[in-house]
Design a protein around this ligand. Sequence first.
Ligand SMILES: [Zn+2]
Length: 513
Amino acid sequence: MSKSLKEKIEELRNKIREYDYNYYILAKPSVPDYEYDIIYKELEKLEKENPDLITPDSPTQRVGSDLTKVFNQVQHKIPMLSLSNSYSEDELINFDRRVREGLPSNEIPEYVAELKIDGVSVSIKYENGILKTAATRGDGTTGEEVTTNIKTIRSIPLNVNLQKAKEYDLKEFEVRGEIFMEIEAFKKLNEEREAEGEKTFANPRNSSAGTIKMQDPKIVANRPLDIFVYSLLGDKTQFKSQHENLKLLEKLGLKVNPNYRLCKNINEVLQYCEEWEKKREKLPYEIDGVVVKVNSIKQQQILGSIAKSPRWAIAYKFKAKQAETIVKEIRWQVGRTGAVTPVAEFEPVFLAGSTISRATLHNIEEIQRKDIREGDFVIIEKGGDVIPKVVSVILEKRKKGTKATLPPEKCPVCSSPLFKPENEVMIYCENNLCSAKVKGEIQHFASRGAMDIEGLGESLINQFVDWGFLNSYADIYELKNHKEKLVEIEKLGEKSVTNLLDAIEKSKQKNFS
Ligand SMILES: [Zn+2]
């Protein structure tokens, strides 16, 4: 007996779903790529011939073709609370004390410890087992709808295990998780962008955040985004604990980070934190700490929330990641205000998701306090603010003959004398016509925050100042008188000069609008 077309299509879909589950969620591919492709193409063909049989949860429907023009605002039904942070064992012990004080004496808390993925939080809604909508966390109360982009992520199932959903009486439910990019995939993406002359991302989290808000789902589909989910919110409580919650997510076919642990007491939590702070380097993705939750839902409800944070959970943040490198050179650069600041140029080193090759040393007092010298081996770290800094010099590794760093005697750009205002640590170039100051001022004037002249960026301004076309920002509006000369200049074509001059004229109108 031949199967109906509908059955045939559904059978192909189920096969693909199973292969996807094995590949993207269990990371255990079950068929060779070509076999997968054959089945996928067969499904595509049948659906093309019978468009009325296409359903939104078909694996072929992951990547939409429409651009997202606006990301609609979405109100979270249950706010996405932020966790309070802790940075030491003592703070975790205090958290445990507060939890026990908040509970009746017969309620002994257990905890679930989970890795804190350094990514972008999202909320995904399923209805009758099918992915309906997805939104970013936003400010916790209101996020932005990113359904079409979320659907392109292969480790997010378009439909969950229906049998399990029925078993647990889950008609409508919300899943929360963290979108991230693996470190290797992130590096590769940055290499590709660099090769194409595009701006690189500072770290995997930024690249995930940027990608999830892109307008073209086709581009999103080509970016290696991934997810770990950590919470299910149903229309009623289907479980008694966070541990059961995670197990249920797994049963539904969703991707849960496998490294969570049920801890009998806070000591076991501390052990978990210590263990993962050491092991984090071995993970293919970035984590920035551990999330600790009271396991029992009943106890969570007794404890409740204060302001925007639950009393029953806390984030333990790892210490900033550090790396060792060499200070190749200490350069002094002059800013818009004439301030002369030291910058350390390092032997490039990979740290917490990006390659670091320089860091500001702020001022001469900072350099002298840490005694940072050219040629020194130093420890650098990157805190939560992503800006790298020099923590200390490794004195045991200092080579003989290095010299203490001195402030420059004259402006490194125009050789004018420098001055240091009283009660200030900064030194300044006293020449008002110093080309570094002029460049800085013009850059500031043309920048997005001010006149926003498209195409007039830092490097072009620097060249125009060096060639004598610009001596102040007023000269920008005289550039049109030099059009022929500008066109002749290497690399600047007629078209780009015309565009630039148009943008300059356009910026004039800004004053009068
Ligand atoms: Zn100067």
